[in-house]
Design a protein around this ligand. Structure first.
Ligand SMILES: Cc1ncc(COP(=O)(O)O)c(C=O)c1O
Length: 433
């Protein structure tokens, strides 16, 4: 299992004046290179607040406007082509073109869309998900990971009859369940106990003090948006034990980590939660979310039962999504492919750690399998770190490699050895400091 964090680099002094100058030059070069993206944002600003409908895409001075993609490459409106190392924030595991998924969608479309009732598609997808996740006896579909988490937590609160939801600092479970940087004003107003991640003592103390009020523990096996910090196996085991002892439900949010093996991170860890949420790529490229778990919990949603819990949603069983999901699982998301992707990510992370040390680059990298985050490591100030990361991001973008401004990378199946070698070579050229 992955170590919680890569060994930090020995401190490498960064000259603040040189960093300021390099950062300003990189910003200017970016603005000069991307007039089409700037114009696209100006146009969008008239009808979308700040030109944006997805906050995480915003980055200074303005984000790229991507007009298309093929394989592992994307192309912006100014004609630049990038190797996409971001993979749609982990959802884009298939790369940008799949004739197999396109055919699955076309076939489902040809059989008729919006079919007004149950279809044969949803059971096919449900059978596959329940077969692969040890914790899923039954599953229900939603339209996003956010929605899946909201329903899982709501179910836990209603079934246990308790109110408190244990979550972790830096945790991200969707736009309404965000626990990084002091939480979010748009979070759903549950009664949260927000604890430090990977801290067994804090979790033990919380259960000792308030165990009879805790409905569930909602946890990512790796903090994803929180910087790709893997959960220590003994921490996650401790949560399993505490939840069981106190009659609370353990919910693993595997929206990102489901790709860590055929059975997700839970299979790799050998820990079976009471409920699991997934999303992203199980919709075969379409909007998707699902929550599942023990039959005795999930059967509260059986509508033939008196007093059952309602869970509605026009597109919960959208036949296009269901068909694409089935084909995605059968074609791409196999045990062999996911294990190979995991191994490729572990190798890349080791290569990055070695490269940063060898070249004296003030960064480190954390993550699990093929999802990782590069962190600036000036050792001086948060402001210097911010500029270091921005400089790295802008410099690598200019060299044709695209990842998130916050340092997130998520490899897709479409990334090959050549792209990884090219990326490491481009990084080895340094960032002009
Ligand atoms: C761990 C985790 N949970 C939940 C979500 C929310 O999923 P969605 O964006 O589909 O609502 C995300 C999205 O990035 C995520 O990373």
């Amino acid at each position: 299992m992955t170590q919680p964090l890569a060994t930090p680099n020995p401190k490498i002094p960064v000259d603040a004046a040189r960093l300021d100058a390099a950062h300003a030059a990189a910003l200017n070069a970016y603005v000069a290179r991307n007039p089409g993206s700037a114009a696209a944002l100006d146009r969008a600003r008239r009808v979308l607040p700040g030109g944006n409908t997805r906050t995480s895409l915003w980055s200074e001075p303005f984000p790229l406007c991507i007009e298309g993609g093929e394989g592992c490459r994307i192309r912006d409106v100014d004609g630049h082509v990038y190797v996409d190392l971001l993979g749609e924030f982990t959802a884009g595991i298939f790369g940008h073109s799949s004739p197999v998924l396109a055919k699955a969608l076309a076939d489902a479309h040809a059989r008729g869309i919006n079919l007004s009732s149950h279809t044969p598609y949803e059971v096919e997808l449900a059978e596959r998900l329940c077969a692969r996740f040890p914790s899923m006896d039954r599953v229900r579909f939603a339209n996003s990971g956010t929605e899946a988490n909201l329903m899982a937590v709501t179910a836990a609160r209603l079934v246990t009859g308790r109110g408190t939801v244990v979550v972790f600092k830096g945790g991200y479970h969707g736009g309404f369940l965000t626990f990084g940087g002091g939480g979010s004003p748009v979070n759903v107003p549950f009664d949260y106990a927000c604890l430090p991640y990977n801290d067994i003592d804090a979790a033990t103390a919380e259960f000792a003090a308030h165990g009879d009020k805790i409905a569930c523990v909602l946890v990512e096996p790796m903090l994803g948006a929180g910087g790709c910090i893997p959960g220590a196996p003994d921490f996650l085991q401790a949560l399993r034990k505490l939840a069981s002892e106190h009659g609370a439900f353990l919910i693993f949010d595997e929206v990102q980590t489901a790709r860590m093996s055929e059975g997700g991170a839970q299979a790799r860890l050998g820990i079976t939660p009471d409920m699991t949420t997934v999303g992203k790529f199980f919709g075969g490229g379409l909007a998707f979310g699902a929550f599942g778990g023990r039959a005795d919990i999930m059967d509260h949603f059986d509508p033939s039962r008196a007093g059952s819990l309602p869970h509605a949603g026009t597109f919960n069983n959208n036949s296009l999504t269901m068909a694409a999901g089935v084909t995605a699982i059968d074609t791409y998301l196999t045990a062999v492919s996911l294990d190979a992707l995991y191994a490729r990510g572990e190798t890349l992370r080791a290569s990055l750690t070695a490269l940063f040390a060898e070249r004296g680059l003030p960064f480190r990298v954390s993550g699990m399998g093929a999802i990782m985050n590069i962190h600036p490591d000036s050792g001086v100030s948060a402001e210097m770190d911010r500029k270091l990361l921005a400089l790295l991001h802008l410099t690598m973008q200019e060299r044709g490699y695209y990842f998130a401004a916050r340092g997130l990378m998520a490899l897709s199946f479409a990334i090959g050895d050549d792209e990884i070698a090219g990326f490491l070579a481009a990084l080895g050229e340094g960032i002009g400091l």
